[in-house]
Design a protein around this ligand. Structure first.
Ligand SMILES: NC(=O)c1ccc[n+]([C@@H]2O[C@H](COP(=O)([O-])OP(=O)(O)OC[C@H]3O[C@@H](n4cnc5c(N)ncnc54)[C@H](OP(=O)(O)O)[C@@H]3O)[C@@H](O)[C@H]2O)c1
Length: 209
């Protein structure tokens, strides 16, 4: 697929490498593409990345993502699947920028013609594209109102190494707040472990025969 990724940071680069390796046609979108020529990845402006995309990924700071998407424009984004990996956090990681809501919901509300799927934001960027590097299977969540958009996202997650059995659809876009608010606990676990390379594994009681 043609994938555009907004941002050139840790998440954007990890996803670009992962999906490029799986055979997708990926362009990173930057505010200043001329300053990002050393990434070993194709980098264009934000509008060009969006125009390229059958699937557009938001990997920008959640505090600025909605404004940045507005600068691209609703008509340019209409009909394009938007996978949102962003989380809005204060610089000290203690405050959410969308309390009692979520970035995913705010994007969906601002761009109703653009199906939004929230995923991958409950883990470190190094885990997003290497789930097999952890000691056992773990879980990636999907939130969104459009079932076809979630199916496409699921296939792209499989391409990053997430088998269908590890993908959990938790419901509509309002459930994005659960994924995003986990960031607060994520930071605590990271401090407790002294490491960021971990993930949630949802386990259930075995079915009674
Ligand atoms: N890092 C993780 O492990 C992780 C895990 C889960 C979720 N997330 C979320 O994923 C998103 C990206 O995280 P990241 O770690 O990749 O962030 P990052 O390394 O800081 O990169 C963010 C990118 O966004 C672009 N950007 C656009 N507008 C910006 C602005 N006003 N200020 C700063 N950067 C701006 C920048 O690219 P240009 O300068 O080229 O425009 C920048 O490279 C965030 O919302 C974060 O909360 C990150």
């Amino acid at each position: 697929m043609r994938i555009g990724i907004l941002g050139t940071g840790n998440v954007a680069r990890a996803l670009a490498h992962g999906w490029s390796a799986a055979g997708h046609d990926v362009l990173l979108g930057s505010r200043r593409p001329g300053n990002r020529t050393d990434l070993g990845l194709p980098v264009v402006g934000l509008d060009e990345a969006a125009a390229h995309a059958e699937v557009l990924v938001n990997a920008t700071p959640g505090t600025v993502s909605v404004d940045l998407l507005h600068s691209i424009g609703a008509s340019a984004l209409a009909g394009t699947l938007l996978i949102d990996v962003g989380v809005g956090l204060s610089d000290d990681f203690t405050e959410l920028s969308h309390p009692n809501s979520s970035l995913g919901e705010q994007i969906q509300k601002a761009f109703p013609s653009t199906p939004v799927v929230k995923t991958l934001c409950t883990m470190d960027s190094t885990v997003m594209t290497a789930p097999e590097s952890l000691a056992g299977p773990s879980t990636v969540f999907l939130s969104g109102d459009d079932d076809e958009a979630k199916r496409t996202t699921g296939r792209l997650l499989t391409d990053l190494g997430w088998p269908a059995s590890s993908q959990l659809d938790i419901g509509g876009i309002t459930t994005a707040r659960g994924q995003e608010h986990f960031a607060l606990l994520f930071m605590g676990i990271a401090v407790g472990l002294g490491a960021h390379a971990f993930n949630i594994n949802v386990v259930t009681r075995p079915a009674v025969p």
